[in-house]
Structures are given as structure tokens and as C-alpha cells.
Design a protein around this ligand. Structure first.
Ligand code: AP5
Ligand code: MG
Length: 215
């Protein structure tokens, strides 16, 4: 199954994505993670993306579409994939729809994590990530056993550069103005399942699993 997961910054896309890919054994494609990996490798794409990401702005559509296309061309898609954070503009949705039409890459289900914007500042400023395996923690709702150290691989935890109140403000505006229209695009196709993301992680996961098992 090919799934798209959507939701505002810090809504829990990455947290649910990790559970979905483990349960359904599908590929996880997070455009945010791919950009961060390019930044880490200091590639031309990474340096360009960084100038937008650090401030909370979206990376231009042409760049993002081309990156996803080349990524998908190399992918073994026998079991399907989970798109996390792409498409997130109407132009990206149209470009992806055009590219995937009639192929095994068409999106079949869209999950939307719904949560009030005022809840998100606490989520992003308290987030910690593992430098080694990418595991997602939160200082209050999902702390690691030993402070600053990953439970799974023992590597150091870090904070994302864009996890500041200032950048969050821009990311929320981008979500409202550019990403909400994508929801309408998929809503019209009748593929959308809305999940209450303001619940504890286990409850959000129960609802997510149910939505995916519901054909
Ligand atoms: P991206 O990496 O996608 O960031 P985002 O959309 O802002 O979302 P986050 O990753 O911040 O949040 P999340 O929903 O994954 O939440 P998480 O599970 O970590 O994109 C970053 C940037 O890259 C963009 O701003 C843009 O510049 C660029 N970019 C990416 N894709 C692009 C595209 N298609 N086009 C253009 N530019 C693009 O959870 C957050 C925290 O909350 C964690 O600490 C977690 O432990 C905690 N938490 C999760 N769920 C719960 C819960 N139920 N209860 C309590 N705590 C919870
Ligand atoms: Mg994420």
C-alpha cells in the first residue's frame, strides 16, 4: 500500500511513520529527513535546502519534486511506501499525481494528523533526536531512559536547527497557506482518514492502525 501522512510541524508524522513502517514493512520516504541527510553530507542540494529549512520556509517545488522523483526511481517498491511530508504544496501534489498516474506509485490512502496549533510549540521545542538511528524522543512525553542518550543505539541526542519558536511560526504559516490546499485535493478523491493527534502516542497509533486496516 502507498500511504501519505500529513499534519502540521510536530503533529507526530515521524513518530507514527516509524510505527507504520515497522508494522507494514514498507519504505519510509521523509523529504525532511532526506534534506537533513543532504545537509549532513554538505552536498549542493543540502546547502541550498538548508537556507530555507533553518528559517522554516519550504524548499522550492522544482527542487523537491526532482529529488523525490530521482529517489523513487531507485526504490524497490514491491510492498509500497509511506510518504512523510511530501506532497505539501498543491503544485507538488499535482506533479506527483501526474508522475504516478497509472503506475504502482499512486497514493492510495492519506492520513491526516489533526491537532490544535497551540499544542505544537511544546512538541517541537521538547523534541530530541538520535544522531545515530534517528529515533524520536520528547523530554516530557517520551523521554529517553538516560538523558541525552538513545535507548536503542546509545548515540547522542540532538535538537533540530529549525525547532525554535521563531522557525515554528513560519512553518505553521507555510502549513496553513501551502499545505492545507493539498488536503482538499485528496479529500475530493475520497482518500483521507483524519486522526486525532492530540492523544497519547499509543492511542494515536491505535487509531492510525485502524484507519490503515480499514479498506
Ligand atoms: P519536516 O522534517 O517534514 O518537518 P515538519 O513538517 O515541520 O514536521 P516535524 O518533523 O517537525 O514533525 P513531525 O510531525 O514529524 O513530528 P514528530 O513525530 O517528530 O520538514 C522540515 C523542513 O524541510 C520543512 O520546514 C521544509 O523546509 C523542508 N521540507 C520537507 N519536506 C518538504 C517539501 N515536501 N517541500 C518543501 N520543503 C520541504 O513529533 C514531534 C515531537 O512530539 C517529538 O518530540 C515526539 O516525541 C512528540 N510526540 C509525537 N507524537 C506525540 C503525541 N501523540 N503525544 C505527545 N508527544 C508526541
Ligand atoms: Mg518529521
Amino acid at each position: 500500500m502507498n500511504i501519505l501522512i500529513m499534519g502540521g510541524p510536530g503533529a507526530g508524522k515521524g513518530t507514527m511513520s516509524a510505527k507504520i513502517v515497522e508494522e507494514f514493512k514498507i519504505n519510509h520516504i521523509s523529504t525532511g529527513d532526506i534534506f537533513r541527510s543532504e545537509i549532513g553530507k554538505q552536498t549542493e542540494l543540502g546547502l541550498m535546502a538548508k537556507s530555507y529549512m533553518d528559517k522554516g520556509y519550504l524548499v522550492p517545488d522544482e527542487v523537491t519534486n526532482a529529488m523525490v522523483k530521482s529517489y523513487l526511481e531507485k526504490l524497490d517498491n514491491t510492498k509500497g511506501f509511506l510518504l512523510d511530508g511530501y506532497p505539501r504544496t498543491l503544485d507538488q501534489a499535482k506533479a506527483f499525481s501526474e508522475m504516478s498516474k497509472g503506475t504502482s506509485l499512486e497514493i492510495e490512502k492519506v492520513l491526516v494528523l489533526e491537532i490544535d496549533f497551540k499544542e505544537l510549540a511544546g512538541r517541537v521545542t521538547g523534541r530530541r533526536l538520535c544522531k545515530g538511528c534517528g529515533e524520536i524522543y520528547h523530554v516530557v512525553s517520551h523521554p529517553s531512559k538516560e538523558e541525552g542518550k538513545c535507548d536503542k543505539c546509545g548515540s547522542e541526542l540532538y535538537q533540530r536547527k529549525d525547532d525554535t519558536e521563531e522557525s515554528l511560526k513560519v512553518r505553521l504559516e507555510e502549513y496553513e497557506n501551502s499545505t492545507k490546499p493539498v488536503l482538499d485535493f485528496y479529500e475530493e478523491k475520497g482518500m483521507v482518514a483524519r486522526i486525532n493527534a492530540a492523544q497519547p502516542i499509543d492511542q494515536v497509533w491505535n487509531d492510525t492502525k485502524k484507519a490503515l486496516e480499514d479498506k
